[in-house]
Write a protein that binds this ligand. Sequence first.
Ligand SMILES: *[C@@H]1O[C@H](CO)[C@@H](O)[C@H](O)[C@H]1NC(C)=O
Ligand SMILES: *[C@@H]1O[C@H](CO)[C@@H](O)[C@H](O)[C@H]1NC(C)=O
Length: 520
Amino acid sequence: MKHLVSLLLFVLLTDKYEGAKILGVFILCGKSHYHLGNSLMRGLAEAGNDVTMISPFEDKDPTENGSYRNVVLTGIADGYEDHLKRLNLFGGNDFNSFTHIVGFHKSVYSQVKRAFDHPNVQKLLNSNEQFDAVIIEQFSNDALQVLPHHFNAHFIAFSPVGSYYTVNNMVGNPTMTSYTPGFITTFSRDMSLFQRIYNTLLHLSQCFLEYFVLLDKYEKLLTEYFPSAPSIYDLHFNASLVLLNSHESLGQPVPLVPNMINIGGFHVKPPKVLPVDLQRYLDEAEDGVVLLSFGSNLRMHNMDEGKRNALVNALGKLKQRVLWKWESGYDFELPPNIKRVNWIPQMDVLAHPNVKLFVTHGGLLSQTETIYNGVPVLVIPVFGDQAMNANNAVYDGYGLSLSYHDPQFGEAKLTAVLEKLLSEPRYQENAKRVSRLYHDRYMTPMETAVYWVDYVIRHHGAPHLRVAGVKLPWYKYCLLDVFGVIVISFGLVIISLVFLLKCILKVFQNRKTATKLKGS
Ligand SMILES: *[C@@H]1O[C@H](CO)[C@@H](O)[C@H](O)[C@H]1NC(C)=O
Ligand SMILES: *[C@@H]1O[C@H](CO)[C@@H](O)[C@H](O)[C@H]1NC(C)=O
């Protein structure tokens, strides 16, 4: 009996979920990046963990379970709004170019330095506090990878764009440039020979730039800030887990090593009740509603006037109501069916059954929300990964794409595309089909994230999930040494054969001359 009681007590005590101490590091100022980080860390807190979050913004809402502490990078986001207003992201295609990548690296480098210098971060660094796991948003900010080491914690990386070359390299996952277009290209998964050459060269140069230039710069930065830390090249390849903001329903399927986990959609909350006036506006739309939003970074007043008018005119001709997110710089008459709003509870509007179409820039978050609700899309990609997301929507048949930079972008083309999307039922059907695939998972994406973070802590960094390839030097990983030996051996065999053939020919020829001489 006594044994039974102690056994029962033991079971009760050990079965109780012990929350872990988890640090989140999301230093980018972009609203969508913060939104992802905040959702993930809040989810981990609600699951009973003790969460600390380093980010440019503050989340003051109390949590029901666990705890959520902000370490705010005060001042870092100041001026970012003005910067966005000035920075015309509609401006041109060169955001996808190689020079832009270099510029982006430079800007992130200075953000990392500012984060290290920040008094709130310094206070945490000098606090002797320890964590069980540190989750870092991976976006060219590799010096932050010293933090798991500093806090004696397991390193978990979070990729906002799913699997891509950096996180792939970190855990030894293949990047198949034969069928996975780089996320800044405009290619679809069926690439021509030229596109595959371009895609491969882009990939190689990005890897080169990151490995030999960026990491080298961060190595020097670390010797300045963390003199006793291991080399960045050791820290970089030591991630226990990579959480990917992706899922097969949101993009194409790709190979993933065991410690890469899809959690795409974790930031989406079930729809909430709409504000009364918006609810009425949507309810009363007999012919349905078209929702239009270019996300949080693109500003309507930066849009080319001709293209904006084309869009207004094409949408003005529809019988549907149009709800347009338009922040500022609004100074002219809109057609009667278009309603302009400063801000939209996008997720909750998309959930309304009268919403027939979503005109979007194709940001991954918007794309996820539209799939959650099974709403077809017209994607107007502008920069970054948007063209890739647009291609996925076209491939899966729940949308059409018309690039903002397409020379054909005009009223006639837009009218035709809108007409097609609103009249043909297959777009709606495919949106519903992909939505079913999105929802059909054995755990919700947030539960998946919570489970795997806990798993890594339970199993002390889960080294058993790491593929051996992560320890190999790159030339061995790519089998360059093997191919080298094969090519050289093959060459030697050919050379020997040629030599042998020449000898035989010579002997033959000598004999011929000899017989000729004899005969004459
Ligand atoms: C808080 O924990 C309780 C009990 O474990 C759970 O039922 C509830 O869903 C949690 N709340 C949230 C917001 O996750
Ligand atoms: C690599 O990760 C493991 C598991 O989290 C940890 O024990 C080890 O100290 C880390 N190595 C370095 C160099 O940080």
